[in-house]
Design a protein around this ligand. Sequence first.
Ligand code: PBG
Length: 336
Amino acid sequence: MQLTGVKAEAGASLQIPTRMRRLRASPSLRRLFGETHLTENDFALPLFLIGGLNRREPISSLPQIYRYSVDEALLCIRSYLDRGVHAFALFPKVPHEKKSWDAKEALSQDSLIARALRLFSQEFPEATFIADVALDPFTTHGHDGLLLEGKIVNDATVEVLGKMACLYAEAGAHLVAPSDMMDGRVAHIRKALDQAGFTSVGILAYSAKYASSLYHPFREAVGSCLSFGDKCSYQLNPANRREAILEALLDEEEHADILLVKPASLYLDVICEIKKRTLRPVAAYHVSGEYTMVMAADAQGLLDAREVFFETLMSIKRAGADLIFSYAIDQILEDL
Ligand code: PBG
């Protein structure tokens, strides 16, 4: 007791002020003592695909982001690989005539994503391709599951997702990414993949996917706007954190390889908490609305998109994300 008292007194009598600014004095020092660094290896680029050839279509809801036909996507992927970005998450825009109540196009050998995966995985063995597994681009109503008497039915949807995952694995996907939030889908997909011999194809589970207002630009991009209702009976309530952790732990138990939180910047507490409770990699999806808000403010001269994105993505990594899906990679790549 006495000793500590003496020590404290001696320190005080020296009157040495604590100067936190010493290590912030130069760019070099700041870089040396930066606790978090962004690199090309932190990112996966969402890529929107359309049918046809030689097409590169602007997306009105997502400034500077395009939909590509498969041949054009080859050039796009090549240009990112040249700049060090090597993970791509594929999303299809399915024409209306191919959508149906039972989402049968999702299981077509000849679907846009199946064809793209066959080509891309051959052409770019150095890249990682992530195939989204959910029914919303393929259903006429835009929901992620099959609809029966006005309700999204869980187990019948999960059956289809298992088949879809196998189709994508066979076509060359390295990771399949169930983004639907049905119960039990990770275990079912794992079993289906293993039974079909795809033991090395991983599952990136959208574990904590919130019912967010920030997905609208994406739904425009893939043409999956809801014809009725909302997704609150399967996506998470933004008020809940413990439920998100439970979802992530369940997915881990069901053998998910990676656990994803979505959206990202409004849910940093969730990323942080899940990271503390798992030894699996944690991913985060910096979603379409998070991108479009900043681009809109930038276009009006109110904010600098490059600065805001750099800070946002840094925060997402600081919170614990090991992999970040983002549309803003172009804006920050030069600053890495
Ligand atoms: C649907 C899906 C959504 C996104 C990715 N997969 C939207 C939704 O749930 O309606 C959103 C991604 C984004 O907003 O960038 N399976």
